[in-house]
Ligand binder design. Structure first.
Ligand code: NAD
Length: 416
């Protein structure tokens, strides 16, 4: 069940930023500077379709804050990727990179389109045109895009190629590339692996056994499918998963490797045999230990938060809870681990990819995973310690750490 949202996505993210700034007693001018994007670009993306027509799409690149380093953030292809949503996602990237202490700022890009309705050639042309139209904002030491919802390693290969036609071979211009073109080993699985590392730490802290823990995952793209696969390997019981076409449920636990085969063959989890079908709305209300939204934003609202029956929610997607839903889950005693922590594995390994590209050197996958574990677990414990010591939610603690670091960088630079 959906509910009318009181605020736009960007306003919602700013509520968390404002609360953190208030607790930190930041001056109001600095606070305003932290909320607003430093630079925004809206571009027209005309594409010659396969049938000869020209279709015009709208693209965005929002550079939210660059105080701590080059802007970093993914590119989303989705029908709802409008200016407000891209701003919200860019802002989340600022707090995320600061929380896990990477030398990056925050940015996001998007093209308002439905990639499932475009052919491979149309997507290639759209990506090249979008890249050329935002190219003057990009550089390996300025702004480095990555994949997000609706984009993948192939999209990054096209972006790198389009940028390289103007500037020469520049693998460090994007992360999340195919390994054959300078992508990092372990980047594809990084976000889902990070979700798994976080759950392992939570389980240790709460003295819960991962073996047999009932997990529900919404979304079966990069993040959702890796999360399901790795949690299954860790001994959890993945009882339900879904994608845009619907979901499947098996209380004894889905056979995840067979599910991956079914997904490769049919392009959806829907219709997986030996499981009941269910809708995305039903999936979010299943009784389980861990609910992992790993698809789009705003899926848990005031409308369905009272019906969530999970013991905890791990936000693998960006901004899956509205503030009203967050308050309801808090009041109901359901633990929520926030997006800027839970899904930071992607940008952490993107950072490793960027450094490998700059050094023209490749790390072993084992090293990538070890370093990812180190950074993410450190950030988790920082957040948890603060949350417990100061009686705040994990989201409040995470935002306060991130906002304080960005505010400090702004002050140290001395440009205000
Ligand atoms: P993806 O495009 O690979 O997969 C998205 C999945 O969500 C697909 O299974 C799709 O069918 C499903 N989906 C789309 N609309 C839906 C709807 N209305 N209801 C239910 N399911 C729907 O995208 P991804 O890279 O896996 O990203 C998923 C989420 O994780 C996004 O919120 C993204 O911002 C976030 N995220 C991704 C990364 C990354 O490294 N890819 C990193 C951090 C955060």
């Amino acid at each position: 069940m959906s509910a009318v949202r009181e605020h736009t996505a960007f306003e919602e993210v700013n509520l968390d930023c404002d609360r953190a700034a208030e607790r930190l007693k930041l001056p109001s001018g600095l606070c305003e500077m932290l909320r607003q994007p430093w630079r925004e670009l809206r571009v027209q993306v005309p594409v010659r379709m396969d049938d000869g027509r020209i279709e015009v799409f709208t693209g965005y690149r929002v550079q939210h804050n660059g105080a701590r380093g080059p802007y970093k953030g993914g590119v989303r292809y989705h029908p709802e990727a409008d200016q407000d949503e891209v701003r919200a996602l860019a802002s989340l990237m600022t707090w995320k990179t600061a929380l896990v202490d990477l030398p990056f700022g925050g940015a996001k890009g998007g093209v308002q389109c439905d990639p499932s309705r475009l052919s491979v050639n149309e997507l290639n042309r759209l990506t090249r045109r979008y890249t050329l139209n935002i190219e003057h904002l990009l550089a390996p030491n300025r702004d480095i895009p990555a994949p997000d919802l609706g984009t993948n390693a192939q999209t990054m290969a096209w972006m790198m190629d389009a940028y390289g036609q103007l500037h020469g071979h520049s693998p460090a211009i994007v992360t999340g590339k195919p390994v054959e073109l300078g992508g990092s080993l372990g980047r594809d699985s990084a976000t889902g692996r990070g979700v798994t590392y976080i759950l392992q730490e939570v389980a240790k802290d709460l003295k819960l056994n991962l073996q047999g823990m009932a997990v529900v995952v919404q979304g079966f793209g990069n993040v959702g499918s890796w999360t399901a696969r790795l949690l299954d390997q860790a001994g959890c019981r993945v009882i339900a998963v879904s994608d845009v076409k619907g979901g499947v449920y098996h209380p004894a636990g889905l056979d995840v490797s067979q599910l991956l085969d079914h997904y490769s063959a049919s392009g959806t989890v829907a219709g997986f045999p030996v499981a009941d079908s269910l809708t995305n709305a039903e999936l979010l209300e299943l009784e389980c230990d861990v609910l992992v939204p790993a698809a789009i934003g705003g899926v848990i609202t005031a409308g369905n938060a009272p019906s969530v029956k999970a013991r905890m929610v791990l936000e693998a997607a960006n901004h899956p809870l509205t503030p009203e839903a967050d308050a309801i889950l808090k009041q109901r005693g359901i633990l929520v681990l926030p997006d800027i922590l839970v899904n930071a594995g992607g940008v952490i390994v993107s950072y490793f990819e960027w450094t490998q590209n700059l050094q023209e050197f490749r790390w072993e996958e084992e090293r990538v995973n070890q370093e990812l574990h180190k950074i993410l677990v450190r950030a988790y414990h920082e957040v948890r310690r603060k949350a417990l010591a100061e009686g705040m939610t994990h989201r409040e603690a995470a935002f306060e750490i991130g906002v304080a670091r960005v505010a400090r960088a702004v002050q140290l630079r001395g440009f205000v």
